[in-house]
Ligand binder design. Structure first.
Ligand code: BYC
Ligand code: FE
Ligand code: FE
Length: 474
């Protein structure tokens, strides 16, 4: 595996210099990416110097450097974890074959589709978050937002590399289309539901990075098992960046919780500019349910195809004992028209979306536990919960059915009448926004609705100038 060539126009460890055709294709795409970034990336901060982490190596230790960079100058690059000698397809019908270094003809369309779907989420999230800088609670948080944004930009590069390198002309067309769709657009929306939802306050952002980036963790883990080796190696490296995104979300929510708990000791949090726990719960309900939808249908022939083909495995497939998933069944609760749920055996391959969702739910439960510990530690008696998987679903078996957060079925009218108890209402959104009318830009200062973090980034103090503002215009 080539070391990272950091001096070329596109930093990479895929030996781009010796593949002139690919290099030309990617260099032609690059200006379009920058145009997209300037138009749809973080609004109003492109001239400023941001203390960013940049990937410079694929070694587990010391893979990144930190320094102040203007975002448009960020070195987005193409990094794959090293090639393993003799890697095999490790599950499905082709188990034991050498891992594919090129796209198997019979799976070309499904593979392209998966790569495009993954790639589409990355710029979508940047678009969703583009206005948040204007109401950041601190320079520390502003920097974290931008860190997440540039890395999602790099994840787009990762998928575009695969499209350009392995899919020829239609790959190049898909790469252009990834820059053309827009989150929330009526005519040309992003592919998956959650990526068309507005993120208009920092509680949304922290819930999104907790729950939606965590879907990314599990999807990437499943693709890191892929028999298509370049995809597996790309996703493995993307996972190293993903950990920070989830950290930002989890600690962000936690800092809001402890602040609210403190303020509640002297009365109504809403009267004192804090975010009430029930409003936080509603945001959790929203982003958790939207993120559950991202795993696709519970009983899915697509999922069976992906697994059988050896393209998409389970969470850490390599740790399991059995890898064909044949002659096995998943006991799946299925709702009837009256909402009553009965368990049915579904062939395991068809249940792979649900198997991955199980791993995700378990991980989310740990996060909520840690938040509840923080509430307890802050002397607050209130507790958070995850809603039932049936609640507020827009994909799969529960789509079009109505359940409350405890999983009780109800009619559409009953549900609509109580919706605002469970999901952020217009009034909740207006209140949260009213706390976030402008950014806190004084080093070391934090907005009144959130606690400072336990420590700064990369050993820097909290009062470090994580973003240095340059005078605009003139
Ligand atoms: N919204 O068999 P089904 C991340 C479609 S996040 C809209 O149930 P399948 C990140 C589906 O496409 C990780 N449509 O599902 C996080 C299909 O359409 P067609 C992103 C949906 O195919 C934060 C139909 O419904 N990565 O990285 O088994 C910031 C029936 O499909 C949705 C991936 O998703 C939805 N929620 O599984 C930045 C990995 N769900 O074919 C980044 C790649 C399903 O009938 N994608 N549909 O037209 C996949 O593996 C699969 O496409 C899915 C769906 C798991 C998403
Ligand atoms: Fe990503
Ligand atoms: Fe992410």
């Amino acid at each position: 595996m080539a070391a990272i060539d950091y001096d070329s126009k596109i930093p990479n460890n895929v030996d781009l210099g010796n593949d002139r055709r690919l290099q030309r294709a990617l260099e032609a795409w690059q200006p379009n990416f920058i145009d997209w970034w300037m138009e749809m990336g973080p609004e109003g901060f492109q001239q400023d110097d941001v203390y960013l982490r940049t990937a410079v190596s694929v070694d587990r230790d010391g893979w990144a450097v930190f320094g102040h960079v203007k975002m448009p100058d960020y070195r987005w690059g193409i990094f794959l974890t090293p090639l393993e000698d003799d890697r095999k397809v490790n599950f499905g019908d082709h188990m034991g074959d050498p891992a594919w270094q090129n796209v198997p003809g019979e799976y070309r369309n499904v593979l392209r589709r998966i790569i495009v779907t993954q790639g589409d989420t990355e710029p979508a999230s940047v678009e969703q978050q583009r206005m948040l800088g204007h109401c950041a609670p601190s320079l520390y948080d502003l920097r974290n937002l931008f860190q997440v944004n540039v890395e999602e930009g790099r994840h787009l590069w990762a998928m575009v590399y695969l499209l350009h390198r392995y899919f020829g002309r239609d790959g190049r067309e898909e790469a252009e289309a990834l820059l053309a769709r827009r989150s929330g657009d009526q005519d040309s929306p992003r592919i998956l539901g959650a990526f068309n939802e507005p993120i208009d306050n920092w509680l949304d952002f922290f819930c999104f990075t907790t729950f939606t980036d965590r879907d990314g963790k599990y999807q990437l883990r499943a693709l890191a098992e892929s028999g298509f080796d370049p995809l597996a190696r790309t996703c493995t490296f993307m996972l190293t960046e993903e950990a920070h995104h989830m950290f930002v979300g989890q600690t962000g929510v936690q800092r809001i919780l402890t602040k609210t708990a403190e303020i509640m000791k002297s009365g109504d949090p809403k009267k004192q500019g804090a975010i009430p726990i029930d409003m936080i719960q509603k945001h959790i309900n929203l982003w958790y349910s939207l993120s559950l939808d991202l795993f696709g249908g519970e009983d899915s022939s697509n999922a069976a195809t992906f697994f059988g083909a050896g393209i998409k495995g389970r969470d850490r497939e390599h740790r399991l004992d059995e890898h064909t998933a044949l002659d096995q069944y998943y006991a799946m609760p299925k709702p009837g028209a009256d909402g009553k749920v009965a368990v049915e055996d579904v062939p395991l391959r068809r249940a792979m979306n649900e198997v991955l969702r199980d791993a995700y739910v378990e991980d989310c439960e740990k996060v909520v536990k840690s938040w509840n510990r923080a509430l307890e530690g802050a002397g607050c008696d209130l507790r958070l919960t995850l809603p039932s998987r049936r609640f507020h679903r827009q994909q799969g078996l529960y789509e079009g059915l109505n359940y409350d957060p405890d999983g009780n079925w109800m009619t559409a009218e009953q549900w609509a009448a109580r919706r605002d108890e469970w999901l952020p209402s217009k009034a909740d959104r207006d209140y949260v926004r009213s706390l976030m009318t402008k950014a806190v830009t004084e080093p070391g200062q934090f907005a009144d609705w959130i606690d400072p973090p336990a420590r700064g980034i990369n050993g820097q103090p909290l009062e470090f100038e994580y973003v240095k503002f340059c005078r605009h215009g003139a």
